[in-house]
Design a protein around this ligand. Structure first.
Ligand SMILES: Cc1cc2nc3c(=O)[nH]c(=O)nc-3n(C[C@H](O)[C@H](O)[C@H](O)COP(=O)(O)O)c2cc1C
Length: 317
């Protein structure tokens, strides 16, 4: 998720959940080919398995970007065919690519021929006023014929004119049944549902017919949900407690400041939801919204915020 799931957020989520697959924000091929690659694509080995999501449409640029990503060690290359923003439409990629399945198929095939990691697609169920079922079917069939085996489908259409990206994540209705129909029609494909997945019960329901679920906003706003998912579906033992996660993040912030000059606020901004729902959560949020922004703030502010949280917790006991 753009501006959200950067490397610091992913490192934080990985501490909470050792097993889930993490995705980068969409990174455009233009940025990869002409920008600061270390800043855009650098990641910590602890993040594996981690997928690089590309935004672009030109097959040659996609191939070069996918190769760079694969060489850096990303475990999957995912093509964004779901972003409805105006800026992305101007570049003729994101959700508007769903109207051009043959072009996408060429890009997918070229990438799959060039890298040894899986090349996957994230798309919507449709765009604008098309009849979603047949439209999605044709899109998936064309890409699957080109070698794409995995589809992550956000189960609402994108309205390209008239709705903001935010509205495009709430206004068009969710239609999980169309995602299930794709899996029923193409049982050999890996079909992963996305959109409004917020509980383990919902994931369990989806897994009865589908191969997986992608969690977006809930993972960011309530990161401890990932812990519940980890325990429920992977049965992992010896997971870190919240307090241990915070200590690891303080160490990480020290390392990132030393190695890359990363300001601590770039890291703490992803951590505000950690104690969501607990007594002391407000003190934690307040501390993180002020301390990291002060002059000279360093990783110590993370432990100060923890003290503020624990102080409130003790007072409430
Ligand atoms: C701030 C923000 C940024 C997003 N950026 C991306 C992106 O870069 N690539 C992408 O495929 N989806 C992006 N999305 C969409 C989410 O991945 C997801 O498809 C959508 O929020 C629906 O899932 P959810 O209900 O679990 O959040 C973004 C969503 C948000 C809230």
């Amino acid at each position: 998720m753009m501006d959200w799931t950067d490397r610091h957020c992913r490192y934080f989520h990985r501490l909470i959940s050792p097993s889930l697959r993490l995705y980068t924000e969409m990174v455009t091929t233009g940025a990869i080919l002409h920008g600061d690659r270390d800043r855009l694509l650098g990641f910590d080995p602890a993040e594996h398995p981690v997928a690089l999501q590309l935004g672009g449409c030109d097959p040659a640029d996609l191939v070069e970007s996918a190769q760079i990503g694969a060489d850096l060690g990303y475990d999957e290359i995912n093509l964004n065919c779901g972003c409805p923003s105006e800026r992305v439409q101007k570049g003729s990629f994101g959700a508007c690519l769903m109207a051009e399945p043959d072009l996408v198929a060429r890009g997918i095939k070229a990438m799959a021929d060039a890298v040894s990691v899986p090349v996957t697609v994230k798309c919507r169920i449709g765009i604008d006023d098309v009849d979603d079922g047949p439209f999605l079917d044709r899109f998936v069939k064309t890409l699957s014929d080109a070698g794409c085996q995995t589809f992550i489908i956000h189960a609402r259409k994108a309205i390209l004119k008239g709705l903001s990206p935010k509205e495009n994540r709430t206004v068009p209705p969710i239609r999980y049944e169309l995602v299930r129909e794709i899996k029923a029609s193409y049982p050999h494909l890996t079909v992963i549902v996305n959109g409004e997945v917020k509980s383990c019960d919902a994931i369990r329901d989806h897994l009865e017919t589908l191969d997986g679920a992608m969690i977006g906003r809930e993972a960011y706003q309530n990161p401890w949900f990932l812990r519940e998912v980890e325990e429920t579906f992977f049965n992992t033992k010896n997971l870190l407690s919240e307090i241990e996660v915070v200590h690891h993040m303080a160490d990480y912030a020290t390392r990132m400041a030393h190695d890359h000059g990363t300001p601590v606020k770039s890291i703490t901004r992803h951590m505000t939801g950690l104690f969501a729902g607990q007594k002391g959560a407000r003190a934690w949020r307040q501390a993180l919204s002020t301390l990291p922004h002060q002059d000279g703030a360093d990783a110590g502010v993370i432990l100060q915020a923890l003290d503020a949280f624990e102080g409130k917790l003790a007072a409430a006991a």
